[in-house]
Structure formats: C-alpha cells, structure tokens
Design a protein around this ligand. Structure first.
Ligand SMILES: NC(=O)c1ccc[n+]([C@@H]2O[C@H](COP(=O)([O-])OP(=O)(O)OC[C@H]3O[C@@H](n4cnc5c(N)ncnc54)[C@H](O)[C@@H]3O)[C@@H](O)[C@H]2O)c1
Length: 264
C-alpha cells in the first residue's frame, strides 16, 4: 500500500487485460488511478472493479491516435486528481498478419495506435511533468520489438517504442523524468489476436508454454508486478531500459536445444 501512497497514475488501455491488471496492482499499492480507454464500457467496468475494492479511481475516454483527445483527457485527470505523476502507455491494437498479406490500412493503423498513440501521450505529459519537477513514464512494448515473432507492423511499432523510450529517458532525465519500457512475452488476455487464435486452437497458451523456459506463458499480473516496481522509487536509478518480462523467452532457444539433445 505504501509504495504509491496517493500517487496520481494514468493507465491507457486499462479497460481490459494487462492494462486492467496494472490498474488493479497500482491501486492496491496506493495509487489514485485514472483509467483511459477508447472503450467506455470496459473502461468504466475497470473503475467499478477498483471502487468495489475500495480504491479511488476515475475513467476518461480518449482515442490515443487523436492528440487533442489525449490532451483533454489528461487535463480532466489533473483537474480531478491532481497532476499525473505516473503514466503507463499500455493501449495497443493489432490484428496480426504478415508482410505478404497485410493491407496498407492495417499497417498504418497499427503504427498509428501503437507508436503514434504512445508518442501523443508522452508529448501531452512531458510539459506537466517538467513543471512538477519530474515523473515516471512506462511504455508497454513487447518481445516483438526486439525479435521476429510474426506481426510485422505491430512489431515495428513496438521496436519504435523502445527507441522512443531511450529518447525520452535521455532528453528528459535532467528534468526528473524516468522512462522505461516493459517487453511482455505472450500473456493470456482477451486481445483480439489471442481471441482469433483461441478460436482455432483453445489450447494455444498451453502449447506456447513449452517455448518459455519457466514453462508457461505470462498472466496479466506478471506484467503488472514489473510495472509497479519500475514505476516506484525502488527503481529510482533505472531509466531508459527495455525490460523483458517474458519467462526467459528472449534468453535462448529452449525448444531448439531440446532437439539438439534428442539428436545426441
Ligand atoms: N497479451 C500479450 O500477449 C502481449 C504480449 C506483448 C505485449 N503486449 C502489450 O501489452 C499491452 C496490453 O495488451 P493486452 O493483451 O492487454 O491488450 P488488449 O487488446 O486486451 O487491451 C488493449 C486495450 O487498449 C485499448 N485501446 C485500443 N486502441 C486504443 C486507442 N486508440 N485509444 C485508447 N485505447 C485503446 C482497448 O480498448 C483495450 O482496452 C499492449 O501494449 C500490448 O501490445 C501484450
């Protein structure tokens, strides 16, 4: 509870999945949480859940691809709860695909939501954080940002987010702003890409687990715990990093090595 006592936090895309888990974890750790989402029904549901658990929270609707909407939502939050001290850029969109079949519209949309949307939120918050003497920004990227796991437009955007994280950490570190990226591996959520895959194979997460050295895919709470640490004063000397939270996926080629061993 004491980690974030009354820290004002805003989480984008907190209407479901990882964003909702981050909202619940930060609220449990004492933060005053604003849930931002394009989906008003789901966003309000998260707020309802937080309130039922005894936490103060409020909802703002915005499409992060629209800079004016982001500015307005941030202003509303500051009016209601005070200046935003912790921003979690989590909102994302992807319909998957590959280079051969992706439509031009889908490519643009994925870059727009995932990269430009994240940039809009950073652009909207930096002046206020600078004025306040500092703040913390955490960008949810992905293991797709550093390796090929399919889904090239989403991956390009997630790679861009890692570089953007380094720019923010470098340019604004002197103003008291820390900025880090978190790179989840596969996480069990209702994201549309997972829904589509689950329709084809209900055991997809169990199957994928064998690629993960820890033997399973992630749960939203795994990501929330890492975010809570990175956003806190315990991480006060950590800035500009891209932290995989992936059960060891990026550490090596587990399944390939099992094949070598079988060959011996
Ligand atoms: N689930 C995974 O396996 C996984 C793996 C790696 C990284 N991630 C990343 O973690 C984050 C959360 O993933 P998730 O699986 O919970 O996603 P999700 O699709 O379940 O939730 C995303 C949320 O973002 C909101 N959103 C989408 N477009 C928006 C917009 N334009 N403006 C405002 N809100 C918008 C949606 O309404 C939704 O509530 C994302 O950044 C995602 O890329 C997820």
């Amino acid at each position: 509870m004491s980690r974030y006592k009354n820290t004002v936090a805003l989480i984008t895309g907190a209407g479901q999945g990882i964003g909702r888990a981050i909202a619940q974890k930060l609220a449990k750790d004492g933060a005053l949480v604003t849930v931002l989402d394009i989906d008003e029904g789901n966003g309000r549901k998260t707020v309802e859940m937080l309130k039922q658990d005894g936490h103060q929270s409020h909802f703002v609707r915005a499409d992060i691809t629209n800079f004016s909407e982001v500015e307005e939502a941030f202003a509303k939050t500051a009016e209601k709860l005070g200046p935003i001290e912790l921003l979690i850029n989590n909102a994302a969109f992807s319909i998957a695909g590959n280079l051969e079949n992706i439509s031009l519209d889908a490519w643009h949309r994925e870059i727009d939501v995932n990269l430009n949307g994240t940039y809009h939120c950073i652009r909207a918050i930096v002046p206020a954080m600078t004025k306040a003497g500092g703040g913390v920004i955490i960008n949810i990227s992905s293991v797709n940002g550093v390796r090929y796991f399919g889904n090239p437009s989403y991956s390009a955007a997630k790679a861009g987010i890692i570089n953007l994280t380094q720019s923010v950490a470098s340019e604004f570190g002197g103003k008291g702003i820390r900025c880090n990226a978190v790179l989840p591996g596969a996480v069990r959520t209702d994201a549309i890409t997972w829904k589509t895959r689950i329709e084809k194979d209900p055991n997809i997460f169990e199957k994928l687990g064998r690629w993960y050295p820890v033997g399973r895919v992630g749960e939203p709470e795994d990501i929330a715990k890492a975010v809570s640490f990175l956003g806190s004063n315990e991480a006060e000397f950590i800035s500009g990093v891209a932290l995989p939270v992936d059960g060891g996926l990026l550490a090596g080629m587990n399944v390939m090595i099992e094949d070598f061993i079988l060959e011996d």
